[in-house]
Ligand binder design. Structure first.
Ligand code: SAM
Ligand code: SF4
Ligand code: SF4
Length: 350
């Protein structure tokens, strides 16, 4: 796809929010549970053995997810990303992928996973129509990885998952690494070196204040600019044009032909102006921002016989009323933004 024919955030026709942004992307959290306890997402002290996750009847069924997705496609959605919690913990996920990829109008279906179960499922995911995977992997240092997964380890499994995904053709594979100062920032170059020249695209994500339970501190954020300088000093880099408007990652290419890397800088360079994403939680609440304090609950309406028109009206209203720009507010130093009661990342999906 070229930059000119790609969906734009401000195309003249179609449903638009109060800031003129269209609805293009849907992130679907298929599972609130996870086999990791990354402290920046699901800290152990909160998400312990007795934490009450959703029961299976409380999660949207595959039919319900497909129904909501079809409606959102009518309102503009073209790209889907399945996430969680850990999406590969959801039984029979390939069935859902098969149903979603068959929806007319959907152009791209991807999955974000911690990779530990990916080797087992990569080929069946590809066969079901999944196009791409993103694997979250914060460090190649086993001790650092152990700490960042909340003590669960699994580095070798995640690397095995990436390799199997490559064999299955689930590419281009992206590796997402959240960088925290004093935790894994000293292992960034190693991560770049490992994947340079392999076709796998490493993307560094600024540590975000998602939810209210991860003890976020601004001092722990490593600005992308700093990483860019460090990586560029070792392997010269040149900026790439965005592949399409609204792309969240700033992309760079290694000038020696070693491939590309990306930076997602929601804290230091917010990109709310082009944000075309909605998020569906595993229990069927639709959110218009990752940092939302409330959403539109759909599950009970779906289960009590709401008509297509009723549901479409609710979805249209949500998007028309949307004015979210949390990261811009945070950037401008709005205290109210950081203090608000927000949904948690594991629940809404990254
Ligand atoms: N469990 C899967 C995984 O880790 O890839 C999917 C869900 S996870 C919530 C999605 C993404 O959110 C991951 O790449 C993770 O690193 C990122 N994430 C979670 N908490 C974050 C935070 N506080 N700041 C930045 N990224 C975060
Ligand atoms: Fe689980 Fe992903 Fe959150 Fe880590 S980032 S706790 S793997 S949902
Ligand atoms: Fe989109 Fe909200 Fe993130 Fe801004 S803060 S880019 S509106 S999800």
């Amino acid at each position: 796809m070229t930059a000119s024919d790609a969906p734009t955030a401000r195309a003249p026709a179609g449903l638009r929010d109060r800031r003129g942004r269209m609805l293009r992307d849907l992130r679907i959290s298929v599972m609130d549970r996870c086999n990791f306890r990354c402290p920046y997402c699901m800290p152990r002290e909160t998400f312990h053995e007795t934490y009450r996750f959703l029961g299976s009847h409380e999660r949207l069924s595959f039919d319900e997810i497909v129904r909501v997705t079809r409606l959102l496609v009518r309102l503009g959605v073209r790209k889907l990303r399945l996430t969680g919690g850990e999406p590969l913990l959801r039984p029979n996920l390939t069935d859902l992928i098969g149903d979603l990829t068959a929806i007319e109008g959907i152009e791209d279906v991807a999955l974000t996973t911690n990779g530990t179960l990916l080797a087992k499922h990569a080929f069946e995911l590809r066969a079901a129509g999944l196009q791409r995977v993103t694997v979250s992997l914060d460090s190649l240092d086993p001790d650092v990885f152990m700490r960042m997964s909340g003590g669960f380890g699994g580095l070798e499994e995640a690397l095995g998952g990436i390799e199997q995904a490559r064999r299955a053709g689930l590419g281009p594979i992206k590796v997402n690494a959240v960088v925290q100062r004093g935790v894994n920032d000293h292992t960034v170059l190693e991560l770049v070196e490992r994947f340079r020249g392999t076709g796998v695209i490493v993307r560094f994500i600024e540590y975000m204040d998602v939810g209210n339970r991860n003890h976020w501190r601004r001092e722990a954020v490593v600005p992308s600019r700093e990483l860019l300088e460090r990586i560029g000093a070792r392997w010269p880099l040149a900026p790439l044009e965005p592949a399409y408007r609204g792309e969240v990652a700033e992309r760079y290419t290694f000038t020696d032909g070693g491939g590309e890397i990306g930076f997602i800088s929601s804290v230091t360079q917010p990109f709310c102006g082009d944000c075309t994403r909605a998020r569906l939680s595993s229990d069927g609440v639709l959110y218009s921002c990752l940092f939302a304090t409330h959403g539109t609950p759909l599950r009970d309406r779906l289960r009590s016989g709401a008509s297509e028109e009723d549901l479409l009206d609710a979805l249209r209203a949500l998007w028309r009323e949307r004015a979210d720009n949390y990261s811009e507010q945070r950037h401008q130093g709005a205290q109210a933004a950081e203090g608000a009661r927000k949904v948690e990342m594991f629940y809404i999906g990254g």
